[in-house]
Design a protein around this ligand. Structure first.
Ligand code: PNS
Length: 162
């Protein structure tokens, strides 16, 4: 059983996240989508809301037989990875600008948990500019986010922001 965790804020989940999950499915037997419970980040959606949104859209992912699970966690990502007996931490890279921060996190995570490898996957070019933060900002200002997030997430944004 080769299990990986895919940690993030997912506030909310975007099509870019789903693209990374789909790619990870080709590499692992199980992916635990790990939703960070961190009130300091002042999230738009609560942890249960974020988990529910992800669970609702995971059936859209071509999972290639990989088992997909959603769980929330607090504290260190590495501790959660160890708890789940995961061999890897998956992170998506969109552009070179992501690399510096991701390298810093991966290096710290390697120091904290040398057994867990960080696996970077490149998002599809069409999602290279998509982030939860920009999606929220654009949507709040009346811009179109169709194609950037699943339709059900767009509905939830509507309920929350309009
Ligand atoms: O989707 P995000 O917000 O870019 O995800 C960032 C996340 C959740 C992966 C990162 O903030 C994290 O791992 N937080 C948990 C605390 C932790 O482990 N910190 C040390 C890693 S350097």
């Amino acid at each position: 059983m080769r299990r990986a965790i895919y940690p993030g804020s997912f506030d909310p989940v975007t099509n870019g996240h789903l693209d990374i999950i789909e790619r990870s499915c080709k590499l692992f037997d199980e992916i635990v989508v790990a939703v960070l419970d961190n009130p300091d980040k002042n999230p738009l959606f609560s942890v249960p809301e974020r988990c529910a949104m992800i669970s609702e859209v995971l059936p859209l992912v071509k999972h290639h037989g990989c088992n997909l699970v959603v769980e929330d966690f607090a504290g260190l990502t590495v501790d959660f990875a160890v708890k789940k007996q995961a061999i890897a931490i998956v992170r998506g890279i969109r552009a070179i600008s992501d690399y510096e921060y991701e390298l810093q996190m991966a290096s710290m995570n390697r120091r904290l948990g040398p057994e867990q490898e960080t696996v970077f996957l490149m998002a599809a070019e069409k999602y290279s500019f998509v982030s939860s933060k920009l999606v929220k900002q654009v949507f709040a200002l009346g811009g179109a986010v169709g194609g950037l997030v699943p339709a059900s997430v767009e509905e939830k944004l509507k309920e929350k922001l309009h």
